[in-house]
Design a protein around this ligand. Structure first.
Ligand code: LLP
Length: 408
């Protein structure tokens, strides 16, 4: 987003014009940022075969998926519904990974029939699939027991996590693989999101390499994701170029030892889409209390839950008054609960009616939205090659009643 002569714009399109056209609250995505991030990631790795699979749980609008497909990446999915969405967007099943957790075997069977790459993180499920679908290619998700991730809720590779098969259970997995002649073509880990320290990646990677040696027919090793993007100016973020260099070297020497070139997979969500997104809201009220000045906006945690759920930071700025005097606000939503986007935040002076913008609104924002308080979900606009496209309508009253049955 650029600020020129008091006006903010994306790819030359004025944000306040978009607000007039689509109203607020409004999600805007800049496709050029997604492409930039995909290129950065691709160029950071010096290996023969790199596979980037976009974790579409981060932002699942079909238009975003179509672009990512056009740009040659694959898809990482966690539910049969995400697989269907991916196929709908044009991904062929061989470009789709499916990494479910705690789902029933019936769903995994549906995925097998669709021909996507299955990734299993449960020993009994592995046994069932091995017995009923002999020969099907299976990846195993390992839990390497490392503590990684920006906060407790998004750390998933530690010993108390429900994800993955523990490294301590590998002897059992090996016995199963032998007994059922399982076709293990990949090993996988994902230790968390917003990982602050790149050393954690390489530490866990060594554990994964050790396990990979136990399987002779591998085609790929999947390092999951957790790449951290900046939320604030000068924020810690993953130095992807450095990580690419270190991991490529480790990977290439592993392949030499293994005797074959394998594919290196990554499954980024945030890294690709977080910075592409902006959430635009209108200030309804400025409310002065004895202790605080609140700026109350026409949205809430129903549209963007990350601050309330994880304590996440989203930079917020005043599009209507870019050079106003900086003042301190608690920026809050209209939901009938404590509904805080930011505490004691310095923003250029806000007046009722002013348009505020939240940064890093591409990942896990719209996709985690809800109708709480019977509010409509916002519309989504994509800016692509200098044009704006409405890619999801704002919800209407009919949408709230859609699946309700008046039974009495
Ligand atoms: N692969 C697997 C198996 C995952 O579970 C995830 C994210 C990813 C890849 C992508 O991770 P990323 O690149 O986005 O860090 N809602 C939380 C994040 C939850 C992440 C869930 N799994 C947030 O808003 O911070």
């Amino acid at each position: 987003m650029q600020l020129v002569n008091e006006r903010y714009s994306i790819q030359g399109i004025d944000i306040l014009d978009l607000v007039k056209k689509y109203e607020t609250p409004l999600y805007i995505y800049d496709s050029s940022v997604i492409k930039r991030q995909l290129d950065r990631l691709t160029n950071s790795f010096k290996v023969k075969n790199l596979g980037i699979h976009y974790a579409c749980k981060a932002l699942n609008n079909i238009n975003i998926l179509k672009l990512i497909n056009q740009w040659g990446a694959g898809l990482d999915t966690v539910s049969i519904q995400e697989i269907w969405t991916g196929i709908n967007a044009g991904f062929t099943p061989d470009k789709i990974l499916y990494t479910p957790n705690c789902v029933g075997v019936d769903e995994i069977e549906m995925a097998i029939k669709l021909g996507v790459q299955i990734n299993i993180d449960h020993i009994e499920t592995l046994e069932y699939i091995g017995q009923h679908y002999p020969g099907v290619k299976l990846c195993i998700r390992i839990n390497p027991h490392v503590m990684a991730g920006g906060n407790e809720k998004i750390s998933v590779g530690h010993i108390d996590s429900k994800f993955g098969i523990s490294i301590y259970q590998m002897p059992l997995v090996e016995r199963l693989v032998k007994a059922l002649n399982l076709n293990i073509n990949g090993v996988h880990m994902h230790t968390g999101s917003d990982i602050l320290d790149p050393g954690v990646f390489t530490f866990a990677a060594d554990i994964l390499f050790d396990i990979a040696k136990k399987f002779k027919d591998l085609e790929f090793i999947d390092f999951g994701s957790g790449l951290k993007v900046p939320y604030k100016e000068d924020d810690v973020c993953t130095d992807i170029e450095e990580l690419g260099e270190i991991l490529s070297e480790k990977f290439n020497s592993f392949c030499k030892e293994y005797g074959r070139d394998l594919k290196l997979y990554f499954e980024p969500g945030k890294f690709l889409v977080s910075e592409s997104g902006y959430f635009i809201v209108k200030t309804n009220v400025i409310k002065q209390t004895p202790s605080t000045v609140f700026a109350g906006v026409d949205s809430g945690m129903n549209h963007l839950i990350r601050p309330m759920f994880y304590g996440s930071y989203h930079h917020i700025f005043n599009i209507s008054n870019p050079h106003g005097k900086p003042r301190v606000y608690n920026i809050v939503g209209y939901i009938c609960e404590t509904d805080t986007f930011a505490n004691n935040r310095v923003v250029n002076e806000i007046h009722p009616g002013d348009i505020l913008c939240f940064k890093n609104a591409g990942a896990y924002c719209f996709s985690m939205s809800s109708n709480y308080n019977s509010r409509f979900r916002p519309c989504e606009v994509l800016i692509h090659e200098g044009k704006d496209y409405l890619i999801r309508e704002r919800e209407k009253l009919e949408d709230l009643f859609k699946n309700q049955i008046v039974a009495i």
